[in-house]
Design a protein around this ligand. Structure first.
Ligand SMILES: Nc1ncnc2c1ncn2[C@@H]1O[C@H](COP(=O)(O)OP(=O)(O)OP(=O)(O)O)[C@@H](O)[C@H]1O
Length: 252
């Protein structure tokens, strides 16, 4: 199996007594974009967060089943969570830069992992901002506050921040829903480029977006994975009636 592939086996997830995910099995291929779609509350974000154990931060939650990354179950005992989150980065719906300079935002992760060498940090900051298609816009104001750039730039900065620790997989939870169409188009273009190097999983409410940028689409409904396959197939010839109803806008 290719490196950076995610394989989910028989996954159940609970918030206290409430079971939010039911028996999910899914393979997420490396160096592709996989989109999670489905109506509000169907469990897309919860499922995304199980892929880097972000739900561990919520009290009273429980997971059964396995999430294998490079064939190793991330829920097995002895897994280093800091290392896992370094390998599986995350970008959220609302761009959330730290109230620090642009430079310090990108250097934050590498510094937290112990890197002090200024020349190396400079290189990582530059490379990450270039990969996030933001370098040209901010290279002359790296010491300015990250709070003073536009929403779309902030989101690309958050992507740069995630890339700075050299992840293998990037999880994106509705990364463009707070952005205008131009900023959205920039991020979509960027996602296309990033899949050359990273495995990308994106939660989106926009079916147009899923159709535009994803190679694979997984449709969730009430905590269950209803259908999964190549995006073209899911959108043009879904096997399941519920998928078809959702895609054609009959509910959701
Ligand atoms: N912290 C939490 N505690 C308890 N229940 C939660 C929590 N977060 C989500 N849920 C519940 O789990 C279910 C799945 O929620 P989730 O946010 O994963 O859905 P979603 O498909 O991402 O929704 P949306 O598209 O609205 O963001 C919902 O019933 C939700 O109410």
């Amino acid at each position: 199996m290719a490196k950076n592939t995610i394989e989910v086996k028989d996954l159940d997830f609970y918030y206290g007594d409430f079971q939010a995910l039911h028996d999910i099995s899914l393979e997420i291929p490396a160096n592709k974009v996989t989109a999670f779609i489905g109506p509000s509350g169907c469990g897309k974000s919860t499922f995304l967060r199980t892929l880097n154990r972000m739900n561990d931060l919520i009290e009273g939650t429980k997971v059964d089943g396995e999430v294998l990354i490079d064939q190793k179950n991330i829920y097995q005992e002895g897994i280093d969570i800091v290392d896992l989150r370094k390998r599986v980065g995350m970008v959220f719906q609302h761009p959330n830069p730290f109230p620090k300079s642009i430079y310090d935002n990108v250097a934050y992760g590498p510094r937290a992992h112990g890197l002090k060498d200024k020349a190396k940090l400079d290189k990582i900051v530059e490379d990450s901002l270039k990969s996030a298609a933001l370098w040209d816009e901010v290279k002359d104001k790296l010491d300015s506050s990250a709070m003073g750039i536009s929403g779309g730039q902030k989101q690309r900065l958050c992507i740069a921040r995630a890339l700075a620790v050299n992840p293998e997989i990037l999880l994106m939870d509705e990364p463009t829903s707070a952005l205008d169409p131009i900023a959205t188009a920039k991020i979509e273009e960027l996602i296309e480029d990033l899949k050359e190097e990273y495995t990308i999983v994106i939660v989106t409410h926009s079916m147009q977006q899923a159709a535009r940028i994803s190679d694979y689409t997984a449709f969730f409904y009430m905590g269950k994975l209803i259908e999964h396959g190549e995006t073209e197939k899911i959108f043009e010839k879904p096997d399941n009636k519920k998928t078809e109803d959702y895609i054609t806008g009959r509910f959701g």
